[in-house]
Write a protein that binds this ligand. Sequence first.
Ligand code: ZN
Length: 287
Amino acid sequence: MASEASRDLGRLALNTATLGHNLDGYGAGWPIERVIDACAARGYGGIVFWRREIGQNAVAIGERVRAAGLEVVGLCRSPFLVGPQAPSGHEAVMADFRAAIDMAAGLGAPLLTIVVGGVEPGTKGLRHSLERVADRVAEAAPHAAACGVKLALEPLHPVYAGDRSCLVRVRDAVDLCLGIGAPNVGIAVDVYHVWWDGSLAAELARAGAARILGYHLCDWLAETTDVLLDRGMMGDGVADLRAIGAAVEDAGYQGFVEVEIFSAENWWQRDPAEVLDVIVERYRTAC
Ligand code: ZN
């Protein structure tokens, strides 16, 4: 972000995927406590976990984060709600969705990110799948509200539409929120997924500050080798991070700025201490 607030590390959050902890065999394998302390030592304000890292320890991990002076900013993520990788059947989807919400509540995380899943088997195009997503989010929203958890719909880059996210445009995410109409359902904006979208600023303004629940930073590498696991560090790619950050702020968002970099061959191969230092530097100079 271009404003002076960008230098306030209190708004900077680490998504632990950035250290490669989201896939077995990548990253340095630091225990969660070491990650928490390393973020706190550098002045980060928050941290975002993945469900697989938490197990049965949500309450204790949440307390450990706050004891270190950080906030648990959010939890990744819901199960896929539709599509070929979703749990089989409505009840299985909703049970896992509730489990994710309960874990977020246990952590003291105010936010659960939703990646909606791809095109429902046996259907074509996005419309049918998006309607089912709307139904399932609407069904889960009251339980989430009772738990004090907001649900952040994250549109993904269109390259994922088939198998991971039938929700690809911010415009469609805003429409989905407005259609569901629950006060605790909003959107998450991830640079990786929206950097190409010329309507971003207008759509964020339409969403309004109350529905913008998260802002995720990385960069899009012009010569990317893998659209899932070759994200760039801020400043190394072609996304206009200052313009995107300005659009998010102009829409009224004042929450955390979360760094989320999946990078199997580059950043996940480095010492996490170095990665955390580079993030701070790029956050101050490139965003
Ligand atoms: Zn994201």
